[in-house]
Write a protein that binds this ligand. Structure first.
Ligand SMILES: CC(C)(COP(=O)(O)OP(=O)(O)OC[C@H]1O[C@@H](n2cnc3c(N)ncnc32)[C@H](O)[C@@H]1OP(=O)(O)O)[C@@H](O)C(=O)NCCC(=O)NCCS
Length: 401
């Protein structure tokens, strides 16, 4: 709509933007104490405001980050968050204008990808985002959870103070948190909002660090909720579980499932192919492992994104449609040697949002063809695309933003 003006907000306007975002989620504006920490979580130049006349009607923000893609390359990425529109300005196209402008800014910065975690999945496909990773929300009954004797006993686990946690976690994340495709850089601003804010507010959170022969190689953060009545034990909610090597992964699981006086442990997200139930003598001690939406990706620069990842032994020609960023639309030949534009006849036709679902190997082209998300123009091409996009380890992000 022509009466919506989008511009980058000055630092003096960030607090109003945060209040707007919080109001969209039905939360009160930040207090002075909250803002003292919150203000440090804003990366300059990345907060957009949508104005209708003099009124700030909507906002959108992003951090500069990057994403590990299949084959190990790391690609610049905007981590989009704090998107909100005032409830008295909704459904007038404010979000649409914010998304258009933000994607243009992301492209201007040379960021190849944008990512977000939608509150409502119905919204973002129209802007080219697709669900690119899945995570397993895992619930365990620790009383019945005994690790099998073959499973690594792990190293030493120690509880750390907030100050030590803040000092060691970013380094552990960089060393041990980024082996899988789908894992992203956590900017310093992220640590401010995820941890400094929580510690400053005296939230009850525990950080346990795992050390192996080469030093600290994993950690987990959980929030305990004490039992309500005598005889009812606590529950633990793990919000951040960072480890890659089996010793660290199962050393941390062993620690977590061994904490006394706990009836239930919920781990917000773990990779979907982590065999934690099979690591237990009684797999039913994992009472639920629900696969849920993790990271949504937008390929902002399709040629660069396609060129960045590694491919399996197959050749497929894709026709990609991107109405919002039309320079991405076109035909691409993908082979184990890379991705190039071509004028060849396409084998498969798909939208840029569906390409995001294939990009990290999470979804199979064959399956998406059966529901009409991909058009198979050459018989057998979807099966070839499955070989092309296949990954040895399930992609997973594991960072909430
Ligand atoms: C979700 C939200 C940002 C939408 O803003 P908006 O300005 O009303 O959206 P727009 O008017 O620009 O709508 C753009 C399109 O999305 C659709 N849409 C927007 N919100 C939708 C919703 N909640 N459910 C279904 N469709 C929705 C609109 O119908 C419109 O569709 P069209 O392309 O067919 O015309 C806003 O309602 C909000 O702030 N919600 C609470 C906070 C939130 O969920 N933030 C997202 C955090 S990632």
């Amino acid at each position: 709509m022509s009466d919506i003006e989008i511009r980058t907000l000055a630092d003096t306007e960030w607090r109003e933007s945060l209040a707007l975002f919080r109001a969209a989620l039905h939360v009160t504006p930040p207090t002075d104490e909250q803002w003292a920490v919150g203000s440090r979580s804003y990366e300059p130049g990345r907060t957009l405001g949508a104005f209708c006349g003099d009124t700030l009607a909507g906002t959108a923000f992003a951090w500069s980050s990057d994403l590990l893609v299949p084959g190990g390359a790391v690609v610049p990425m905007a981590a989009v968050t704090r998107v909100g529109v005032r409830s008295d300005f909704r459904r007038r196209g404010v979000l649409r204008e914010l998304m258009r402008r933000q994607l243009a800014d992301v492209a201007d910065r040379g960021e190849v990808l944008a990512a977000l975690r939608p509150t409502e999945p119905v919204i973002y496909g129209r802007f080219g985002y697709g669900q690119a990773t899945r995570g397993a929300k895992t619930v365990a009954a620790p009383r019945n959870a005994v690790l099998r004797p073959e499973v690594s006993s792990g190293g030493r686990v120690r509880l750390v103070t907030p100050a030590e946690a803040l000092a060691v976690m970013p380094g552990i994340y960089e060393r041990a948190g980024r082996s899988r495709p789908g894992t992203m850089a956590r900017p310093s601003y992220w640590w401010t909002v995820a941890y400094e804010r929580a510690f400053a507010a005296d939230e009850h959170i525990i950080v346990a660090v795992h050390s192996g022969p080469t030093g600290d190689d994993g950690y987990l953060m959980y929030r305990p909720t004490p039992g309500a009545l005598p005889g009812t034990n606590a529950t633990l909610a793990v919000d951040d579980f960072v480890a890659a090597a089996p010793d660290a992964v199962y050393g941390l699981w062993r620690f977590l499932l061994g904490v006394d006086l706990v009836d239930e442990v919920t781990v917000w997200t773990r990779p979907t192919d982590e065999p934690i139930a099979e690591a237990l003598t009684d797999p039913r001690a994992i009472t639920s492992a629900e696969h849920r939406s993790d990271l949504w990706l937008r390929l902002v620069d399709v040629p660069k994104a396609l060129a960045a990842r590694e491919y399996g032994p197959a050749t497929v020609v894709l026709e990609v449609e991107d109405p919002l960023l039309p320079s991405n639309s076109g035909i691409y030949r993908l082979t184990p040697d890379g991705a190039t534009r071509t004028t060849a006849t396409p084998d498969l036709s798909l939208g840029v949002d569906v390409l995001a679902m294939l990009y990290l190997g999470t979804w199979r082209a064959g399956a998406l063809t059966t529901i009409g998300r991909i058009r198979e123009l050459t018989p057998g091409a979807a099966a070839k695309a499955d070989t092309l996009f296949a990954v040895p380890q399930a992609a997973w992000c594991g960072t909430f933003f």
